[in-house]
Design a protein around this ligand. Sequence first.
Ligand code: ZN
Length: 257
Amino acid sequence: MLYDTHAHLDQRTFADDLPAVLERARGAGVLDVNVIGVDAASSRAIVALAAEHSKLHAVVGIQPNDVGEAQPGDWDEIVRLAAAPGVVGLGETGLDRYWDATPFEQQQDYFDRHLRLSQTTGLPFVVHMRECEEEVLAMLRSARERGPLAGVMHSYTGTAAGATEAIELGLLVSFAGMVTFKKSDALREVAVGVPLDRLLVETDAPYLTPEPVRKVKRNEPAHVAHTARFLADLRGEPFDAFAEQTTANAKRLFVPR
Ligand SMILES: [Zn+2]
């Protein structure tokens, strides 16, 4: 049994066939799926989805590339939604220098809000990091000085040293389809070095479809099975043990309330 820890199932691309998508996930042994918010509206939609489906779990927050569009009151709504049934985490949050559409200080402000809310609610946070590893680690370090951290580096593409430090700070590291891509040798080396009890898998659907189904344009939770099998082979671990441990890790971090 597998746990897709990151999917954007509220997106329009899934509006017409979500039941079939979830059926295919079950068929692939993917029982639990975290559905991830990027702004107040999507977080609201996700809490509604989680209320309809017992195996869909809500993660609410404002993505770094979306914080520039946040309206007054949106953050208050995230705080309110964080207490809703079916919510298992906060995010996605973090920092992004790749798209460069949102002032960096504003991204840092919102990342800090998610980290503080995590520390007061006990809900884990989900970190998006793109081309700003040092800045993300710096904020995690200062948050750690305030208290323990619970969270995950999602769709990780950083360095081995960064993964090691994130783990030391209390986080888990999650890999998406990118690790299966031909050019991702450096990322594969990172993935081999993450202890199995700190590792998660995800699709980041509808993005990043893994090999060998990469030609499928819209990624979906069933495909996390490909990434999991790939990682198990890469690490020389039996698939069943890998699936069992990564699912247990996810359930330990993302606790429904
Ligand atoms: Zn995402």
